[in-house]
Each structure stands twice: as structure tokens, then as C-alpha cells.
Design a protein around this ligand. Structure first.
Ligand code: AMP
Ligand code: ZN
Length: 112
């Protein structure tokens, strides 16, 4: 298994785990860009948003629902951002679908 995020989900690569259920795994980003920077991934390997299929609706719903719960439990009362970099122009570096939860500071818009 060469995908690092699959290896994090399986426990083969250590991570700072924040949340786990049957569909979703969340862990702290190794290079945080904000005071709270958490990645949420499906346990099933999907390369990115472009590779989602019609059968993945329940996984996407679970990812977004978990994002809200984690933001709330992380105390991000003043706002937060959910980001899915997709493809080279957006700077996607890991080819396993992941949402970034970013918060804990004022976030700029538009992003760079
Ligand atoms: P992206 O650039 O949107 O594909 O995001 C990939 C993110 O994964 C980056 O923010 C990296 O810092 C993060 N990352 C890469 N490897 C690890 C790891 N082993 N543990 C936690 N975060 C990681
Ligand atoms: Zn993977």
C-alpha cells in the first residue's frame, strides 16, 4: 500500500488522531497553516473530488458532517474553513481525498 493517507488510516503510519468512525478518519496536519489544522479523509481510498463516484454520496456526507462536529469540538466559534485542494492548480499534493479544517485565526479571502 503506497498511499500515505491509507497507511495513516490503517495505523501503519503514526498520526495525531482526532476522530475515527466506520467511514472517516481525522488527524492533525503535520505542517499546520492555522492554530487548528485538521485533515478529514475517507477510510476508503478515493484519489480526490474528481474521482468520486455516484456510490460515494454517503462517504461525502459523513466527511462534511464530521467536519462540523470537529470544528465545534475544537472551539472554532468565530469561524472556520473547509478546503479540498483539487488538482495541480489548487496545490493538491496528496492523492487521497482530504478536507482541511482550518481555523483559530482570521483567514484571508481570496486564498492565494
Ligand atoms: P494538499 O496539499 O491539499 O494535498 O494537502 C496535503 C496535506 O497533507 C498538507 O497540508 C500536508 O502538510 C499534509 N500531510 C502530508 N503528510 C502528512 C502526514 N504524514 N501527517 C499529517 N499530515 C500530512
Ligand atoms: Zn489512500
Amino acid at each position: 500500500m503506497s498511499c500515505i493517507f491509507c497507511r495513516i488510516v490503517s495505523g501503519a503510519v503514526p498520526s495525531d488522531k482526532v476522530y475515527e468512525d466506520d467511514k472517516v478518519f481525522a488527524f492533525r496536519d503535520i505542517s499546520p497553516q492555522a492554530p487548528v489544522h485538521i485533515l478529514i479523509v475517507p477510510k476508503k481510498h478515493v484519489a480526490g473530488l474528481n474521482e468520486l463516484s455516484d456510490e460515494d454520496g454517503d462517504v461525502v456526507a459523513a466527511l462534511v458532517a464530521v467536519a462540523g462536529k470537529i470544528a465545534s469540538s475544537s472551539g472554532l466559534k468565530n469561524g472556520w474553513r473547509l478546503v479540498a485542494n483539487t488538482g495541480p492548480d489548487a496545490g493538491q499534493t496528496m492523492d487521497h481525498l482530504h478536507f482541511h479544517i482550518l481555523g483559530g485565526r482570521k483567514l484571508t479571502w481570496p486564498p492565494g
